[in-house]
Design a protein around this ligand. Structure first.
Ligand code: SF4
Length: 284
């Protein structure tokens, strides 16, 4: 539970606050971007809720924070916000919320699909989210983009009887995965899903291209508000920076509109923006 004694000074005064236990993931700023913004290596409340809708958004961020760093001065229990999860992004793609501390607050996504629903990376296990996912048809597949963001995938797989998919080079994080991707060639699943190996951040990192529109990028590619641009993080590249650059170049072969990362911000990206980013990355 967040502590008033540890409240950060960057917060706008009022009922909601972020405390020093914040790990500067992007969850609250993704869920309620008008209320939570950047502090110095943390999030902060930049605007207090002024309407019932904004208050519900603030509570959605509060229950989704992976380290319980968001609190209220009154310490009142959160209202029933679970029916507002998962949060629609566009078409049949949703943000899960309920981030996992084990995956450092990585964002995870839900795709509602006629041939079986998908989870992309895993939130923390939450009975409230489980109920909502059952209401929306359950889960058939859980794609893990890489070994860091597996969250509570095993518990979700057991609950829904879903198949876990991960590349064999990252499979130590999910030893009971049902589907191990063996090569570095793209793997189609039905007509709408293409898993593309992108070694770099880890050796077994993959991204998921859905309907040639949504690219779930894990820790391969993200959007930074601080830099106002696309980013790949050399400091957090655990396997090979040169491989990561080659993997990024390969993505030029595929059309997409959205990037949906594990950390950072989702965003629509134009082809020209992406091409320019890759050009700069390759020349760096
Ligand atoms: S969700 Fe929690 S840990 Fe993540 S940035 Fe917000 S306050 Fe910090």
């Amino acid at each position: 539970m967040a502590s008033l004694k540890k409240r950060l000074s960057c917060n706008t005064p009022g009922e909601f606050f972020v405390d020093r236990s914040c790990i500067d993931c992007s969850v609250c700023r993704e869920i309620a971007p008008s209320l939570f913004g950047d502090g110095r290596e943390s999030a902060c409340v930049v605007k207090q809720p002024e309407s019932e809708e904004e208050e519900l958004l603030a509570f959605q961020a509060l229950v989704s924070c992976p380290v319980s760093a968001i609190g209220t001065v009154s310490k009142r229990p959160p209202p029933q916000v679970f029916e507002r999860f998962p949060i629609l992004i566009e078409d049949d793609v949703y943000l899960c919320g309920y981030a996992s501390k084990g995956s450092y607050g990585a964002l995870s996504y839900f795709i509602k699909h006629a041939e079986g629903n998908w989870l992309v990376d895993s939130p923390r296990f939450s009975p409230q989210l489980v109920k909502r996912l059952w209401d929306m048809g359950g889960l058939s597949y859980i794609l893990l983009t890489h070994e860091d963001d597996v969250g509570d995938c095993d518990r979700y797989a057991e609950e829904f009887g879903a198949k876990r998919i991960i590349h064999r080079y990252d499979s130590r994080a999910v030893p009971k995965a049902e589907i191990l991707l063996q090569s570095f060639e793209p793997f189609p699943f039905g007509r709408d899903f293409l898993v593309i190996p992108t070694p770099g951040h880890t050796k077994g990192h993959v991204v998921l291209l859905y309907k040639e529109k949504f690219l779930f990028t894990g820790d391969h590619l993200s959007w930074s508000r601080r830099r106002n641009g696309l980013v790949a993080y050399k400091d957090y590249c655990w396997y090979s920076w040169n491989e990561l650059k080659s993997s990024m170049e390969k993505l030029l072969d595929y059309p997409f509109e959205w990037i949906l990362p594990g950390h950072g911000y989702r965003r629509k990206v134009s082809r020209r923006e992406f091409e320019e980013f890759v050009r700069q990355l390759l020349s760096s």
